[in-house]
Design a protein around this ligand. Structure first.
Ligand code: SF4
Length: 1013
């Protein structure tokens, strides 16, 4: 029997009815006395999940008479063991805050106040505005005459705050309306993780899971301050350290993370590729790589085509007129059968390992040190300690977060960690991998469900006008390989996409009409519909209205001055929120005359986490159910209900009146009422008719047992193939599992395979078939993830289930890449097959010692009269600014600033600076200063601290300052957004803004004297 710690107590009655355990021989007198006096006696207990970081800490919420009276950590949750950080511990005060939005509020155009309205009035008017705008602006064809069926003048933004079930109905609604300006927080926190990791390994998610960090022999935390920002992660870092792991923190400033590591290494923000490029050179020069792994499991032996070259910072294929690379110049060389040519001796000058070696030959210690500001001693120490894991019996893990993602080279920062982990043989193994600590509460799940313009749920590219039919689309996006040893899992895309279309359009999706493919809006190829472009087009008057749920862009998008002005120009706006914030109240921000803002605003009060049920997915892909503890406060409702009602009201209008291209709305198979449990089943998927697969028969309406059963003939539906297998006829809703039992092999590596469920197919460690040799024997038997025993795999769910590579029927382990190998050379990204150091868009340098190319040549540059960039080495703005989170406040702070204890602990905007910079500027600790860039100004209290030191970069002193991005004007006296000064520059692959490096100056001032709107 699988029995948890709490299950044991409950079974025996302690903590519920106060029975004793005396019969088990345990003295419980004191426990009984204590329990009798508990404030939670007689309370209802519900399991919920913390709505902040991606650890997804499970909570026990106690309620009495419909009110939350206590929130505490769940001791059975394997990641936290019952611990909570300050945010999770404050959840009761946030749920019960008097600042909560509890009734629908309406703001008429030009009005100076909110007016309370009832839900019915609000929803009817919202539906009317959406329909009228859609009818007015709907585009059947684009400028080239291709059918596109889209709506450009309306946007949707948000939200990583919603559950997976809410995300699924939201996505369906947005596509039905034809909206293409569609984005959420993943864009600005972890959008680089998907293409960065997928280009290396085939999937875009954190490779292992939180508890697995304890298995590492070396931990390199870079681009993350996880002790403060993902606190429960750090518990497992400390476990690893206690077991002998060497733990390093590479980060511009000293923090609580640094304090508990063996080594803190300060680095100039924006130079991670230089430092990691030096590590690649160190590995190759000193033969520190795991040679069997590199040869058998990576593309090290593949021959790169003759067209490929790299000269002075530029890869072959650059088209200056288009400002883009032609990636065909980076293709592998193939033989007459279509197989990639390989040199297993690794001698050919064009085999990947040698091209890699040539590329990073320039990254010597002197140059890397002069660019990064890291001493040569520190560089060598980090390289030696981490690269000592390039052996079968050792493992090292990279831990990163926004410190890597929020750069104009964000994707390539992550790519380079993937290249290093391939060389060291650290992927698929326990204690290895790349721990992408995602930013927002359910940003993993909402990325999987694709609240992003460029994907459909389950990582299918959104169709463009180039693909007018389903066949054309599937031909373009279904990869082929000539190698029979490669699984090439994406060859199954037709099954997953057609099952999605069957879910969206039900009986109306038929073979004859391409399963409703023409009803899915088509983007124009090459056009970017993400945040930076949404706000630019809004600023230019091209976007008229939109929906914004659980998101605070007027605080959290860079160059906030422009974003706020753009927001002023909207005709109408629908917002769903838990609290007022800088976005809901933008129309009355300081310095603005509300009468001049003509936006009609509908503000819908949202239920908070413990007031609703559903699933979230944490960074480790654990898919977990949270229960409703109490009814939503006041008149608030969960967002799923709001989306479903909006869609159905718009649908009713189309049914009654007709209008522009109504089919995607009227023919949608969409719930009449939101029911999280029912949507969870639809996400998993059903058989749409009686079906036989192999010798098994399934009845119409049965749940599909797993994604290998999904079909391309319309006989199955699934709102997201990745989650298919999470809700089955046999086991029910697996996200609700609380079973902590493990086999001894699983327990040794803290696998917890029966707690909740993990995508894909309950696999806990991705790529785990690379943790064994070609015969299926674990590289490290002490920490085996899987092993081939008696003709079958034991341990974790194997990645693909095929026999080991050397056996009959064996396959390569990286089943998601086309050729079955992890990719050292990655030909699919926009800015090169290898990461290359470029300076941030704003840099204090005038020369890049690695090449003549200063900046990423294909980075996204937004151009308007409000988007200025400082020139290289601009003497007016000599200081580098980096930005970050706080333990007490989360992201834009729009929730946590309403927690009295959190606000008391971190009350105010500040800027951290070194004593040397403070002395240069004549600034004293605690003084108010102005931080100024070419975009504008903001103010903060000066925190003069030795946690930040000046850097010596190419012989020159460069100062760096740091500011949290959590403070805004709506909570009194706490300062305004750091993003008033940051840049609208984006990574070329995903357009994540470069929040982590821009140029500023700092001036002494008097509080509030110089700030405008
Ligand atoms: S913020 Fe993260 S670490 Fe803190 S309690 Fe919530 S989920 Fe856990």
């Amino acid at each position: 029997m699988g029995l948890s710690r709490r299950g044991f107590l409950k079974l025996t009655g302690v903590g519920v009815a106060g029975l004793t355990l005396g019969r088990f021989g345990i003295e419980l007198g004191p426990v009984s006395v204590y329990a009798a006096g508990l404030k939670i006696e007689g309370a209802k207990e519900s399991i919920s999940i913390c709505p902040f970081c991606s650890c997804g800490c499970n909570l026990l919420v106690h309620s009495k008479a419909g009110k939350i009276i206590n929130v505490e950590g769940d001791p059975d949750f394997p990641i936290s063991g019952g611990g909570l950080c300050s945010k999770g511990a404050s959840l009761k005060s946030l749920h019960t805050s008097p600042n909560r939005l509890t009734k629908p509020l309406y703001r008429a155009p030009g009005s100076t106040e909110w007016v309370e309205k009832d839900w019915d009035w609000m929803m009817e008017r919202i539906a009317r505005r959406i329909k009228d705008q859609r009818d007015q602006d709907f585009m059947r064809k684009n400028a080239s005459g291709a059918e596109v069926n889209r709506l450009e003048s309306v946007f949707h933004l948000g939200s990583s705050q919603v559950s997976n079930e809410e995300a699924a109905v939201l996505h369906q609604m947005v596509r039905a309306f034809g909206i293409v300006h569609f984005d959420h927080q993943a864009r600005i926190c972890h959008s680089p993780s998907v293409p960065g990791l997928a280009e290396c390994f085939g999937r875009g998610a954190m490779t292992n899971h939180y508890n697995d960090i304890a298995n590492a022999d070396a931990v390199l935390i870079m681009g993350s301050n996880c002790a403060e920002h993902h606190p429960m992660t750090f518990k497992w870092v400390i476990h690893a350290k206690e077991k002998g792991a060497y733990v390093m923190h590479v980060d511009p400033k000293f923090s609580r993370t640094s304090a508990r590591c063996h080594l803190h290494v300060p680095i100039r923000s924006g130079t991670d590729i230089a430092m990691l490029g030096g590590m690649v050179k160190y590995i190759l020069d000193n033969k520190k790589y795991f040679s069997d792994y590199v040869l058998d499991y990576t593309n090290a032996s593949f021959l790169v085509g003759e067209k490929y070259s790299f000269k002075d910072g530029m890869f072959a294929g650059f088209d200056a007129a288009k400002g883009k690379y032609d990636k065909s110049a980076w293709a592998f060389e193939k033989d007459e059968k279509g197989l990639v040519k390989r040199d297993q001796t690794l001698q050919h000058p064009r085999c990947v390992i040698n091209v890699l070696k040539n590329h990073y030959d320039r990254y010597d210690l002197d140059t890397v040190s002069s660019v990064t500001g890291v001493s040569k001693e520190h560089l060598l120490k980090v390289y030696e300690e981490f690269c000592a894991t390039g052996r079968p019996d050792k493992a090292g893990v990279f831990i990163y977060a926004l410190g890597w993602t929020q750069h104009s080279v964000g994707v390539q920062n992550i790519r380079l960690s993937g290249i290093i982990q391939q060389l060291l043989g650290n992927i698929g193994v326990a204690g290895g991998g790349i721990a992408a600590l995602r930013g927002e509460p359910n940003v993993q799940g909402t990325t999987d469900h694709a609240l992003l313009y460029g994907y459909l749920p389950g990582y299918h590219n959104t169709p463009t006008a180039n693909y007018q039919s389903l066949d054309e689309y599937l031909k373009a996006y279904t990869p082929k390989t000539a190698d029979p040893m490669s699984v090439n899992w994406w060859q199954n895309r037709p099954k997953y996409l057609i099952s999605l279309l069957k879910s969206w359009y039900g009986e109306n999706a038929t073979q004859e009409n391409g399963f409703g493919y023409s009803w899915v809006p088509k983007m124009d190829p090459g056009v970017d519909y993400s945040h930076l472009y949404i706000f630019d087009r809004m600023y230019k008057g091209q976007i008229k209205g939109g929906l914004c749920f659980g998101h605070n862009p007027c605080q959290s998008i860079p160059n906030t001055h422009k974003v706020r002005k753009a927001w002023d120009k909207l005709d109408w706006l629908v917002i769903g929120e838990v609290f007022h914030n800088e976005t809901t109240d933008n129309w009355k921000r300081p310095g603005i005359d509300p009468k001049k803002i003509k936006t009609e605003i509908f503000l819908l009060p949202s239920a908070y986490r413990a007031e609703k049920e559903g699933t979230i997915s944490n960074s480790g892909r654990w898919h977990m159910w949270h229960y409703k503890a109490v009814e939503p406060l006041g008149k608030s409702r969960n967002m799923g209900e709001m989306f479903v009602e909006i869609m159905n009201r718009v649908r009713a209008l189309y049914a009654k009146e007709g209008g522009a291209f109504p089919e995607p709305i009227t023919k949608a198979d969409y719930p009449a009422k939101f029911d999280a449990e029912a949507v969870a089943k639809s996400i998993n998927g059903f058989f749409t008719r009686d079906t036989k697969i192999g010798d098994k028969e399934y009845k119409k309406g049965q749940l599909v047992p797993g994604f290998p059963n999904l079909q391309a003939d319309g006989s199955t539906s699934s709102l997201n193939w990745l989650y298919c297998g999470g809700y089955t006829e046999k086991d029910g809703n697996l996200a609700k599992r609380r079973d902590l039992t493990q086999t001894p092999m699983q327990a040794k590596i803290h696998l917890y395979p029966k707690f909740a469920w993990a995508w894909p197919m309950d696999r806990r460690v991705l790529y785990n078939r690379a943790s064994v040799d070609k015969n299926g024997n674990p590289f490290n038997p002490d920490k085996a993830v899987i092993a081939w025993q008696d003709g079958k795999w034991v341990g974790d769910v194997p990645d693909g289930g095929y026999p080991p590579m050397a056996m009959e029927g064996g396959k390569y382990p990286f089943i998601m890449t086309i050729e079955g190998h992890a990719q050292l050379f990655g030909p699919g990204r926009e800015d090169g097959p290898f990461p290359e150091h470029y300076e941030p868009a704003e840099t204090p340098l005038t020369v890049n010692p690695f090449s003549g190319q200063m900046h990423n040549p294909v980075m996204k540059v937004i151009k308007s009269d409000m988007d200025q960039l400082a020139k290289n080495g601009d003497p007016r703005f000599p200081i580098v600014l980096t930005t970050y989170n706080l333990t007490e406040h989360w992201c834009s702070g729009s929730e946590t600033r309403n927690g009295p204890a959190l606000l008391e602990a971190e009350p105010q905007q500040y800027v951290e600076m070194s004593p040397q910079l403070a002395a240069e500027k004549g600034i004293k600790n605690g003084e108010v200063v102005i931080i100024e860039s070419l975009r504008g100004k903001t103010e903060a209290v000066a925190m003069v601290t030795v946690r930040i030191k000046p850097f010596t970069i190419m012989g020159k002193t460069i100062h760096l300052v740091g500011m949290p991005f959590c403070f805004g004007w709506t909570t009194p006296n706490c300062g305004d957004s750091t993003n008033r000064v940051t840049v609208s520059i984006g990574d070329p692959n995903v357009s994540i803004p470069e929040y982590k490096a821009c140029l500023v100056n700092i001036l002494r001032t008097t509080r509030g004297s110089e700030l405008g709107a």
